[in-house]
Design a protein around this ligand. Structure first.
Ligand code: HEC
Ligand code: HEC
Length: 321
């Protein structure tokens, strides 16, 4: 082994070169960032920075009125329909409201990074929304989920519960700069949904989903297995009522016991089965997408019927043509 020193030396040299290369690169990147900041181009710098996923704990909520609002917001996220029914008298909620909670889709009250997280969401609003061709505030966006996903009514602008939800969402968005690129937001959608087989979807449902969501899809509760169809579920104007969004959500997150175990094809099959069943109708759907270009994959009454009759044109619904 008389070459040992030589081998050692070359290893040291190689490592040295790598280290110098990395350092030089870092220096170059930070120069580019400084240059962008100097030019006032902060937005593009924020896009380059990896924002850590580090929402504050509910244990650290401050005392006082602001803290009380945050805590109320959390309770509303976790048990939305029951809490709002308790407000009784204000609406004829019993008949019209779903059995869901915000956490049925935004798991862990929006804190679960993978399941439609809402961490940082307040930094994204106000924002333009093509669905109703308007600039939406965070209050408007919450109300959007209230009338569609929750199949209920909008909060009045001065409702303390609406402010509580905003206080909560602002709290879990703390420390995130306005306009930052947040890779965990809005990631349910699948670009290419495979052509589904509804019968196979039915078998997958019986096999992998009924334990929590029940055989009739009515569910076992908003946090144990929310209603997937029927009177207690979201209406056909909701984002989850689109093939692209439910397929993405299911493939990433369901079954809860083994997320990611379904192929994209299986996720599409079972979503098509679920979305072919009856659900509440969204009343103002004719006001959506005033500029046209509305998505074709919303599984409304007509399309549910077409599945039953076997006349549905999936290629058209899923934009394959
Ligand atoms: C049936 C499922 C469902 C329920 C229940 C639900 N949402 Fe949503 N919500 C969605 C979907 C789907 C989106 C669109 C995000 C996406 O495409 O990934 C969304 C989007 C949002 C956004 C905007 C997110 C963004 O990135 O801009 C907010 C804020 C929001 N929901 C709040 C709520 C609140 C508050 C509640 C309870 C009152 C609620 N949601 C109930 C499914 C749901
Ligand atoms: C072990 C229980 C369990 C199983 C099994 C399960 N889910 Fe879920 N599901 C949940 C829970 C709990 C939620 C609420 C979100 C969360 O906590 O992640 C949920 C939410 C959902 C949602 C969004 C909420 C809604 O009302 O639309 C869909 C869609 C869904 N599941 C579909 C499925 C499908 C499809 C299967 C079978 C492939 C399945 N789930 C299997 C527990 C389960």
């Amino acid at each position: 082994m008389k070459n040992k020193p030589a081998v050692l030396l070359s290893v040291v040299a190689v490592v040295g070169v790598i280290v110098i290369f990395i350092l030089a690169n870092e220096l170059k990147e930070s120069k580019v960032k400084q240059q962008k900041i100097a030019e006032g181009n902060i937005g593009s710098v924020l896009e380059d920075i990896d924002i850590a996923y580090n929402p504050p704990s509910m244990d650290d909520v401050p005392d006082g009125p602001e803290g009380d609002a945050i805590k109320r917001g959390y309770v509303l996220m976790m048990d939305t329909s029951n809490e709002l029914r308790k407000k009784a008298g204000t609406h004829d909620g019993d008949e019209v409201m779903s059995q869901l909670a915000c956490t049925s889709c935004h798991a862990g009250a929006g804190l679960d990074k993978n399941v439609s997280s809402l961490v940082g969401v307040t930094t994204k609003y106000p924002a333009y929304r093509p669905r109703n061709n308007k600039i939406a505030t965070i209050e408007d966006r919450i109300n959007g989920c209230m009338v569609r996903s929750m199949n209920y009514v909008e909060f009045e602008k001065d409702d303390a519960d609406l402010s509580a939800m905003v206080a909560y969402l602002s709290y879990i968005s703390e420390g995130i700069p306005q306009g930052a690129e947040l890779p965990w937001l809005g990631k349910n959608e699948v670009d290419e949904v495979p052509t589904p087989n509804v019968d196979k979807g039915n078998s997958i449902f019986q096999q992998s989903c009924i334990a929590c969501h029940a055989t009739d899809g009515a569910g076992t509760g908003p946090t144990t297995g929310p209603a997937l169809w029927g009177e207690g579920s979201f209406n056909d104007g909701a984002g989850m009522g689109r093939m692209s969004k439910m397929t993405g959500f299911v493939q990433k997150n369901m079954p809860l016991t083994d997320p990611g175990s379904l192929t994209l094809q299986e996720a599409a099959d079972v979503s098509a089965f679920i979305l072919s069943q009856e659900r509440p109708e969204f009343e103002n759907s004719d006001e959506d997408w005033p500029n046209g270009n509305g998505p074709a994959d919303i599984m409304n009454k007509d399309k549910q019927q077409q599945v039953k009759e076997g006349s549905i044109d999936w290629e058209k619904v899923l934009g394959h043509q």
